[in-house]
Write a protein that binds this ligand. Structure first.
Ligand code: CP3
Length: 341
């Protein structure tokens, strides 16, 4: 029997949607916090294959999700290209900033990323042996625009201001960075697939801040190149794209990029997405992660509403964004029960 996630990605409408959660391995789980403590810091956890595989498996053991997502981070790729990267506890990532032609020229060649990223591929190999037969293994990378926003600013920003500024003042350097990340992402995801990832997902968390032609040039075009590059090397590889907060630009995104599935955030309704996005194929989403903190009847009602809204076509149940550290693990069980029950 085909794995449920792969069936949905192939366009099948299933009686019960397969389910997994963005950031399903994370701080809301006591067992994650224990392994994270053992590793000492977040990056050591990412680069120690046995521990990264262990935290990937924790939510599968606890909840029996239909997919496991490789435990790593979108910012490992810039690090492999030569950026400095560190995480400040309670604040988030910090990187060396890239804002000049010299900075772009100093990046390492894309072929050399595998030196740094080899432990990530080893994590994938461990997982493809350890996962239950019915569980799909998802690899991932950040989309070029989102990764570039962190590389340019050196940190997360509320409005991606520094990246928009570089785009306006030094287009050549900005475009050069996007192109370099696009190439590197093909190499990175391709290596994950060779190690055993069955599906890959492209996270464009800040796609919503690209407007008009910028959305076409820096969200759509790089996704299209990455997907074409991957499918040329791995025919039939299913790809999920997540242009978060794309709003009306979710419409036609799959057709324009070649993605097999579009992940939808919770700023749009499931009913709207069913009518306007699911007509092109599989969609993933889109429960508000805040409901896993508050729980109660609304959690159950909203989960059921989303299942109903998408019941007429291929659907993978997920959140609209990552589960938060203050989520109640019991609410995750209630969500799964509402979807499967
Ligand atoms: O989904 C999963 O379980 C797989 C692992 C995964 C992580 N990050 C682990 C992580 C994935 C797919 C990501 C993607 C990621 N990382 C994105 C895109 C998706 C999104 O959420 O929008 C982005 C923008 C990042 C960059 C990043 N990593 C930030 C901004 C932060 C700090 C914010 C925070 O939650 O602390 C991280 C850290 C991070 N990545 C954690 C985890 C589990 C928390 C680190 C910890 O344990 O202290």
């Amino acid at each position: 029997m085909k794995k449920t996630i792969l069936s949905a990605l192939a366009g099948e409408t299933l009686p019960v949607p397969p389910i997994w959660m963005m950031r399903q391995a994370g701080r809301y789980l006591p067992e994650y916090r224990a392994t994270r403590e053992k590793a000492g810091d977040f990056l050591t956890l990412c680069y120690t294959p046995e521990l990264a595989a262990e935290v990937t498996l924790q939510p599968i053991r606890r909840y029996d999700f239909d997919a496991a997502i490789l435990f790593a981070d979108i910012l490992l790729l810039p690090q492999a290209l030569g950026a400095d990267l560190w995480f400040v506890t309670g604040e988030g990532p910090r990187l060396s900033t890239l804002t000049t032609p010299e900075g772009l020229a100093a990046l390492k060649p894309v072929e050399s990323i595998h030196e740094t990223l080899a432990p990530v591929y080893e994590t994938v190999r461990i997982l493809s042996r350890a996962l239950p037969r019915e569980t799909t293994l998802i690899g991932f990378a950040g989309a070029p625009w989102t990764v570039a926003t962190y590389m340019i600013a050196g940190r997360g920003t509320p409005d991606q201001g520094p990246a928009h500024a570089l785009k306006a003042t030094d287009r050549a350097t900005f475009q050069g960075l996007i192109d370099r990340l696009t190439e590197a992402t093909i190499h990175y995801l391709s290596a994950q697939v060779e190690a055993g990832a069955e599906v890959v997902k492209l996270f464009d968390s800040w796609a919503g801040s690209l407007k008009g032609q910028d959305f076409d040039d820096f969200a759509l075009a790089p996704a299209k190149r990455i997907i074409a590059g991957l499918k040329a090397r791995h025919p039939g590889l299913p790809v999920i794209a997540f242009p978060r907060e794309a709003g009306p630009r979710y419409v036609g995104f799959a057709r324009a990029t070649g993605a097999d599935c579009v992940a939808i955030d919770n700023s749009v309704t499931a009913e709207w997405a069913a009518e306007n996005v699911q007509r092109d194929g599989c969609v993933q989403g889109n429960l508000d992660p805040a409901l896993l903190v508050t729980g109660g009847e609304r959690l159950v009602a909203e989960a059921r509403r989303i299942v109903r809204a998408f019941a007429g076509g291929p659907h993978i149940f997920n959140l609209g964004h990552g589960v938060t550290p203050d989520a109640d693990p019991d609410n995750v069980s209630r969500m799964i029960e509402a979807v499967r029950g």
